[in-house]
Design a binder for this molecule. Sequence first.
Ligand code: MN
Length: 748
Amino acid sequence: MVSDFLPKCTGPLEAGYEPAGWDGATLREMLEASEKLTEETGCYYGVSELALKETDPIRYEKIFSKLRGGLVNARETAMNVSASPIVQEIGELCFALYTPEGDSVALSTGIIVHVHTMSDAIKFMVRNDYEINPRIRRGDIFSNNIPKIGDVHNADVQTFVPIFWEDELVGWAGGVTHVTDIGASTPGNVPVGPITSYEDGLDLTANKIGECDTVFRDHEIRCELGVRTPMFWKLDERCRIAGCHMVRDAVERTIREEGIETYKQFIREAIEDGRRTFIQRVKELLIPGRYFAPTFNMLLFAGERGLPEYAAVDTMSQAPVEMVIGPAGEFHISFDGANRWGYHSFNCPPSAMQGAIWVLLTQTMIPNDKVNDGAYFATSSNFPPYTISNATAKEAATGAAWGYLIPAFTGLIRNISRGVFARGYVEEVLSSYAMTMNALQGGGKDQYGNDTGLLSFELSCVGGGARGIADGLDYGAAMWNPEGDMGDCEVWELIMPLLYLGRGVKPSTAGPGKYRGGSGFQSVYAIWKTVDLVMQNAGDSGCFPSPGIFGGYPSASGYRHNVLGTDLLDRFRKHRAYPSREDDPADSEITACCDGEHLFDRRTMNYPYRMKHGDIYYSWYRGGGGLGDPLEREPDRIEADLDGDYLLPRYAASVYGAVAECDPEGFWRVDPDATARRRREIREMRARRAVPVSEYLASEKARVLEGRIAKETRRMYNESLELSTWWREWFLEFWGLPDDFRFEEGGE
Ligand code: MN
């Protein structure tokens, strides 16, 4: 009976305390013992034999299924408690079960990015002696959203409920949802605006927010006042608590059925099992060696009024992603050489980095296995202090940590792809996934006159990277939520003061290749029935953060096209054409069908600016990187791309060498013989243009020495030269530069 385990609160705090851990130990003692055992034996918790799994494998799998089933059930049920489309439509939530020390045993479906971040938050509470103050008791509720404690970005709000059996804490249920607004200095949930942590919004620093299964009233008041969308906040919180309580029920049920000693044995074995499985997968899928894939993104804030001089700069981020695979299945990832954290909201503490590692490894290396912290114990990482990959400075803003993670971790995918390709698993190869951008974000008043902070989560359907044997998935999912969905237009219109004028495929977003990347899509909106709204674009521009692989091209970089002071309402009245798409920015439907002040440029990262009823906001979502030489793409695939609006006709010739013609019915035909001739000519032209590598390097070296590279790049490289001895030596040796080399900064 669940009622047997209802919380029993016994009045005022006693002077002393009864340790909550096992056999009279405190949780902190348990954590220290666990770390010592793991360190000394190399096995999680010193578990050298999987006794339960080996003697009774069916029972072992049954226990795992009961717990995993409980977690998935909690997610599927609790998501209906929330009213936020981000949670209900897109599924931005997950639940997990942890050991008393905070190691993950099992995880639900959903945003699996949090397999380890919630572990960090629980360990933070244990290490900070929460057991003594504010105490950890049956029926307590805790909440955290600080990435420096354990999270990816501040909008991922976590709830924790300790699980007791008799007088012992036997585990933790954790749940996370991505909230609609976090109360940051700029509206929305991935705020691109805060330049220090003091502007990141509501801070839940692993706080106790409830007792006796009831949320404290003062916490509710604080959140009501602290965020722009308190109704969504409250229902999201109820959703997390309901889910955690369902997980607690599932654990109690399992203990009643299997016995507490078996449960205690099982949670240790399950993690050690996860560790061994991961090592086995590494040995099966990858070849030992060192893999290196640097990636870059641009952060453009120069000229933004309202930002101090040191924050209003154009700069770049660097992620020199190194993956080292050892002969015994060792898996090491290093960001040595990353540039400095900065006065923007894209900084990543280590917990955010672990989140990104896990969301990708569970989609590549261990898609079918037990996902828990066992895999974490099987890997090692190096995120050098002071870099953007280890931003623990108290003032470092983290509200949009994904702005670094998303571009950075295409490097991990390309590293893994080279490994699996070398092993012969061609079908497992992936090119870079797409950036989940443009992030349509803003806030002010909604169409009902209420305060709002908004970000359209249709961005969770961008293109997948090209595969080794097929094109990437078109508008499939985001790298951070493999179950992502773009949501219905009508649902977004319900909660945002925006009216869809059109939604459709966006041509030529995907990276070309023998196999192209998955395509992105586009949405054209009218700002609708709001009296006060600011909007911003948050995207990539000026560089290519989704590179191709094996000769494939990168996907298209960003641009902005919004229109202020339009004649849209007049066009509606007069039944004149209005823009519903923009297939080709060089021949724009938005320009042709709408007068007004066109913000049509490559500034895709903007501080919020005011937009009014009838203005046009254009949001197009990126495609994935390509794979293989575009000249090897089969002609009928190019025909299908042209017919399906995936490719602009002018690129069929220039990129693919295709000789294509549109027939009177509007279908495209690619002439195979003429195409073969044209491709021969292109190959000959390539050969004529080619120079020996030594000549190319010499000319590039001259550019480096003379500083003839973009000012953003010079600034980024100087930061890396200062922060990393290893990277500095590598860079100087590669280019043959003097020991005291440093780029001149400034200028253009
Ligand atoms: Mn999130």
